[in-house]
Design a protein around this ligand. Structure first.
Ligand SMILES: Cc1cc2nc3c(=O)[nH]c(=O)nc-3n(C[C@H](O)[C@H](O)[C@H](O)COP(=O)(O)O)c2cc1C
Length: 179
């Protein structure tokens, strides 16, 4: 059984990111799934204090929900972040989630990551309304390539226009099979 972390990074309740996470959780119900909702948890900004650096294990001086999540990020086999596109970029809660995994950064380690479980799979699922699909896809691919820092050697970007017709279901083709 794989341990899969699904992150809902949208501030919107019942939004597209939440639908995507719910559908993934349903599709993956045979696996151990942890759902983490940014809007329902306390997640401070990275302080850039550097206290987490130079260590073999991940630690953070902050005492919030994100610090408690670090062991889950370390142990999981796959991580999926669902985010809306805001102003042509991932939303700030998704960015905050990514910046707070600085405790995993280890310059001289494979993948520059000190995770105890390398070889993770990572996916970034972006929903948006009107930005150009090709540019947004390239942006999402570049962004998800940075998931290597917490041990992903296999990443996938899904950036799709969400329409009334397809709804969130349009995003899920090929994702569950790949993570
Ligand atoms: C502040 C804000 C900025 C947005 N900027 C963009 C944008 O630049 N391009 C775009 O295509 N959609 C943009 N959108 C639309 C959202 O990306 C889209 O509705 C998304 O599916 C919402 O996801 P959610 O329901 O998970 O929050 C924006 C929405 C908001 C609220």
């Amino acid at each position: 059984m794989k341990k899969i972390l699904l992150v809902d990074a949208s501030p919107r309740v019942n939004g597209n990111s939440e639908s995507i996470v719910n559908m993934l959780a349903e599709d993956l119900k045979d696996q151990e799934v942890v759902v983490y909702k940014m809007r329902e948890t306390t997640n401070n900004f990275c302080l850039a204090c550097g206290a987490c650096q130079g260590k073999d294990s991940q630690s953070c001086v902050q005492k919030d929900d994100y610090t408690n999540l670090l062991p889950v990020i370390d142990e999981c086999d796959s991580i999926v972040i669902a985010t809306p596109i805001y102003n042509q970029q991932i939303c700030s809660m998704a960015k905050l989630f990514i910046e707070r995994w600085y405790p995993f950064f280890k310059f001289d380690a494979p993948l520059m990551s000190n995770t105890s479980k390398p070889g993770k799979k990572g996916a970034l699922v972006c929903s948006f309304w009107g930005s150009p699909v090709d540019v947004t896809e390239k942006y999402a691919e570049w962004t998800v390539s940075g998931f290597s820092q917490m041990g992903c050697d296999n990443t996938k970007a899904v950036a799709e226009y969400i329409s009334e017709k397809t709804g969130a279901a349009g995003f899920l083709q090929n994702i569950t099979a790949e993570i």
